[in-house]
Design a protein. Structure first.
Ligand SMILES: C[S@@+](CC[C@H](N)C(=O)[O-])C[C@H]1O[C@@H](n2cnc3c(N)ncnc32)[C@H](O)[C@@H]1O
Length: 229
């Protein structure tokens, strides 16, 4: 395993969101619960959570501006919403301020905290489920993806839900074509083949137990449920 500090993508992704302006934009752009894209992503995550009982302990890492938290609380889970960027955590807390002030029951079941995904402060098997939404497409290096998967495996007892950008999608094809025409080698938001990610998953001692494409063949965003082998 390489030292994560040597991965530029890891450091860039850590710092890029730690900016109040970026976090504010993220809330307005991505946290709009009423978009079809968001609804589709939520449907995939809900399908991946099927059968997880109420009161389960769920970690959302990275939580970003916290768009999963309302859905997770409504399913009756105890939720830790964690992110490395303080700006994102502030935006998430602001976004949930009204809900938390008006609903003591939900408020008691939600904690925000700062965590680094490669080196979390959690005990082994601390959670019933861990969700890692929209991070892996920032990591082009297999060894980095495997280190993150290993840490998620360490802290989850039941299942891990991850998203990645799959090459099997029209928009992934457009992305590649546009970069080729521009003569640019992309180093972020990179689609990869399912087989490539599955290899990372196997190397980390996990197996895929569910596949949930957001829009099969159209959108690259794909969710997987992973189980410990
Ligand atoms: C594309 S956003 C996704 C946020 C959220 N999961 C969502 O879908 O709205 C990526 C998030 O990863 C966080 N992040 C980047 N590097 C991290 C790290 N090493 N540990 C924890 N969070 C990290 C960023 O601060 C940012 O909030």
């Amino acid at each position: 395993m390489t030292n994560p500090e040597t991965h530029e993508s890891y450091l860039k992704t850590q710092s890029r969101f730690d900016d109040p302006a970026v976090a504010r934009r993220y809330v307005t752009k991505k946290n709009t619960l009423n978009t079809s894209k968001n609804r589709r992503e939520m449907a995939c995550i809900q399908a991946a959570l099927a059968g997880l009982p109420e009161q389960s302990r769920v970690l959302d890492l990275p939580c970003g501006s916290g768009r999963l938290e309302v859905m997770l609380l409504e399913r009756g889970y105890s939720v830790v919403a964690a992110d490395y960027a303080l700006a994102m955590l502030d935006a998430a807390k602001d976004y949930h301020a009204d809900l938390l002030a008006s609903d003591a029951g939900k408020s008691k079941r939600l904690v925000f905290q700062r965590e680094d995904i490669l080196n979390t402060s959690f005990e082994d098997d601390a959670f019933d489920a861990v969700i890692c939404n929209r991070l892996f497409h920032h990591y082009p290096e297999a060894s980095l993806r495997q280190q993150v998967l290993s840490e998620l495996k360490r802290i989850s007892k039941d299942r891990i839900i991850v998203s990645f950008f799959s090459n099997f999608a029209l928009s992934a094809l457009r992305f590649r074509l546009a970069n080729t025409l521009k003569g640019v080698t992309p180093n972020d938001r990179i689609p990869i083949w399912y087989k490539t990610f599955e290899q990372d998953i196997r190397e980390s001692g996990l197996t895929v137990s569910g596949v949930y494409p957001v829009r099969r063949g159209v959108s690259p965003q794909t969710y997987l449920t992973l189980s410990v082998t």
